[in-house]
Design a protein around this ligand. Sequence first.
Ligand SMILES: CC(=O)SCCNC(=O)CCNC(=O)[C@H](O)C(C)(C)COP(=O)(O)OP(=O)(O)OC[C@H]1O[C@@H](n2cnc3c(N)ncnc32)[C@H](O)[C@@H]1OP(=O)(O)O
Ligand SMILES: O=C([O-])CC(=O)C(=O)O
Length: 434
Amino acid sequence: MSDSTKSGPAEVTLAAGDKNVVLPVQYPTLGAPCIDVARLPKETGCFTYDPGFTATASCKSAITYIDGDQGVLLYRGYPIEQLAEQSSFLEVAYLLMNGELPDRNEFAKFEHEVTHHTMMHERLKNFFQGFQYDAHPMAMLAATVASLSAFYHDTLDLEDPEQRRLAAIRLLAKMPTLAAAAYRYSIGWPIRFPRNNLDYVNRFLHMMFEVPSEPLEMNPVVAKALDLLFILHADHEQNASTSTVRLVGSTGANPYASVAAGITALWGPAHGGANEAVLKMLAEIGTPDKVDAAVARAKDKNDSFRLMGFGHRVYKNFDPRAKIIREMTHKVLGELGIDDPLLEVAMKLEEAALKDDYFVQRKLYPNVDFYSGIIYKALKIPTEMFTVMFAIGRTAGWVAHWLEQQVDPENKIGRPRQIYTGAATRDYVAIDRR
Ligand SMILES: CC(=O)SCCNC(=O)CCNC(=O)[C@H](O)C(C)(C)COP(=O)(O)OP(=O)(O)OC[C@H]1O[C@@H](n2cnc3c(N)ncnc32)[C@H](O)[C@@H]1OP(=O)(O)O
Ligand SMILES: O=C([O-])CC(=O)C(=O)O
């Protein structure tokens, strides 16, 4: 991890158009310096062009730090490895939202409050009845989370810190309830309300899997594995879904609408939807002897096939979460007595890609989504629910970023510019003369 960037030039001079402009350089606590280009348009009439924001910091944040070259991930300064080993998801959620780890009293109060807000409104149940029977659970999750703003008018005054805090708690508390309801509706089971004598993860598992005729036996291996996966997915600075939450939040939209937008951004296969795509890809490859053909396809620029769960915008060495999940996969499958042939396919695929020049040169490594699906499968989570699982964990990060943004004095509506490539000015031609 580098902090050598704390000193350096305070400004740089840039030639833009026919002018020189002096731009300030900002130095973060950790990580690379940033040239602040905000005054560029006013002083020179020029903009920066950066499709995909590969070179752009969109905000300041004190929540999460990533060093992509060293494979470092810190939540509020704490290494992900330590949190994965010693913390719990709810404690991590508190940390992300509040900036510090809670003491016993603070944690008890937080857990009590989250537990108190797990119920979904009776009328929300009707929403599920309205969906097509084969609706994807991410569609149901996004729609029902957005609809929370229609039920909780007592948290829509964004000027009130207590209302903001309560909205964040509600989102964290209700996400598993809505997720489990989406699943149960999709398989035609009646919705289960949350049992508040259970902890966060066991409550979710109960809502997912309880069948009236067979009381559900809570399995500590399953609960521990899921808790750990939620921790690993909780935040990842300005990823596409969190940036979406912030973009929507920057307009003054309410937190339920902002987080619902984050859910839809997460759904894409280039982002959180990759976990579902990985499992489908591994199943399609089927056996280790077909791995080389899949790697060859992934390298072929005339073939749109990519190795799902491989590559990352920021990690260019390894994704520390993938490392933890890979170890965990062996442990969890062993503890549950599961022998999944897809694990062998995944390991062979990783091995083949990591010694292939194409992947080495492009610094493509397994990301968080590569092995997570194999564990979800072992926990009996259906493939279509994988990205929903990601969303439950990521809610902690989304609400933490939304809360941070609301008090950021530099928050402005997110409004990029474009390079216009259309027709130059021309005169309208009447339809009978075209
Ligand atoms: C939780 C998450 O969101 S983690 C990411 C989950 N997404 C996936 O696993 C999907 C597969 N991976 C990808 O599509 C990409 O690696 C992303 C979206 C994660 C990152 O994209 P970017 O940072 O824009 O990298 P980009 O797409 O430019 O890739 C760089 C080069 O590597 C290649 N590449 C990147 N990922 C892959 C892959 N998975 N398989 C094959 N080639 C790949 C690209 O074709 C490109 O090659 P080129 O330089 O010859 O044109
Ligand atoms: O950071 C990213 O671009 C994607 C990612 O790994 C995440 O959101 O967890």
